[in-house]
Design a protein around this ligand. Sequence first.
Ligand code: ZN
Length: 173
Amino acid sequence: MAPHEIRLIGDPVLRKRTTEVTDVTGALARLADDMFATMHEALGIGLAAPQIGVQKRLFVYDHGDGPGVVINPRIEESDGEWVFEEGCLSVPGLSWEITRPKRIHMVGIDLDGNDVSLEVDELEARLFQHELDHLDGILLVDHLDDDQQRAARKTLREMTLERPTGGGGLRLL
Ligand code: ZN
């Protein structure tokens, strides 16, 4: 299990829709292992494949019923409303209060190729919705209103200037 560098906001890989997984293979299990290692090293509770630069529809999580892997996830049903201070490993150091459905029913497949059906709420539901967003090229800043997005862009610009090595090609929102 080897941790990978986490891609940060501004990296185009985070803005692409990922492709469905058609074969659940040993290579996919090794990818999931690397994703777990990366997530745990960064002290995250969820990580989607694009965050390590892989354009595939899967994410890992370690919360609630976890650790687990969901491949080709889909939300079948959602209801309620829940406000949560949401952060993202790809947008380090920042977080915003974001409203999303409180409960969801997610389906997908696991690393054995079996169907999974997960009914979750609150933080686990938030985590799953956030990771599914990553697979569609959506970041948490996309859930902010216009004023908040402007403030976020400014903050991100200022944070980049503080980076000791010039940001390594980091572009802004
Ligand atoms: Zn994220």
